[in-house]
Design a protein around this ligand. Sequence first.
Ligand code: SAM
Length: 275
Amino acid sequence: MALVALLRLVRRLRNWIDFPLRGLLRLRHPVRRRSAARLDATLSQLGPAGSVLRSRADHLVARTGLAPGLRRFDEREQSEILAYADLIETVLTIADVQFAGETIDVLDVGIGDWIYASALLGVARGRGAATWPAVSMVGIEVDPWRLYRDGHARIDWAEFYSADLPGTRIVAGDFLAWSHSADFVTLLFPFVDRATHEQWGLPGRFFNPPGILRHAWSLVRENGVLLIVNQGTTEAEIQEQLLVDAGISIVARLTNFESPFYPYQLRRWAFLAQR
Ligand SMILES: C[S@@+](CC[C@H](N)C(=O)[O-])C[C@H]1O[C@@H](n2cnc3c(N)ncnc32)[C@H](O)[C@@H]1O
C-alpha cells in the first residue's frame, strides 16, 4: 500500500513538472506519408463480398464516405477506424439521430491521437438531412505536446489522421475554456478515475469528470446530441453515476459493445443524450 502511494506521489510530481515543460518546448516531428494498405484487401479479410460481416463494413464505408481517407492508412489503422465508425453509427442508429441543419458542427473533447477523426466526421455527415452536408469539426486536446516513443508528438499524429478532412480544426487547450456550442458533442473515453488520468501524464487540476460532462452537455445545441464512450464495466458504472448526478437522461446506450472490425481488451459502453 505504502509503495503504491509512493509511486502515485512520484507520478504526480513528474506530471506537475513534465506537463508545463512539454507545453513550453512543443517538440514536433510531423508524420510523413507511410506505406498504406489496400482497402479492398483489408475488407476482403472480413469475408467474401455479400457475406454478413463484409456487407456491414461495405455499408459503413459507403454511408460514411470513408473510402478515400482509409486508403491513406495501414491495415491496423483501417480496422480501428472502421471499429470507431461502427460503434458511433450503431448508437446513433438506435436513437435515429438526424442533424437537420445545412451544416453540422461536431465538437470532440480530448482527441488523443485522433485516429478516429475520419470516422467521426463521416458518421456525422451521413446523418445530415442534406444529401452531403458540410461538416465543421473541432477537436480539443489539453495535452497535444506529449511525445510518443516513436518521436512524434500527439498533435503530429492528430494532424496526420485529420489531414484530408476539410473543415476540421485541432485546438490545443483545456476544454473547460471552450465556449462554442455544437450539434454533436463527443467524449470518447474521458477519464473518469484519477489513477488513469495520472497515468496519462496529466496534472491533478485537470481531473474534473463532473465539470467536463456538465460543460459538454451545456454546449449541445437544441436537437443536438452528446455521445460518451467508455471502456469496461467499472468506467461505465462511474460514467452512468456522473450522468445521473448531472440530471442527463440517456436516450440510447450500448453495453459491452464489441465491433467485429477491431478487437479491444475491454468492451465499449456508449451513452447518448439528446437536447
Ligand atoms: C483516454 S484519452 C481518449 C482519447 C481519444 N478520445 C480516443 O478515443 O482515443 C482522453 C484524452 O482526453 C484529454 N483530456 C483530458 N482532460 C481534458 C481537458 N480538460 N481538455 C481537453 N482534453 C482533455 C487527455 O489528454 C486525453 O488525450
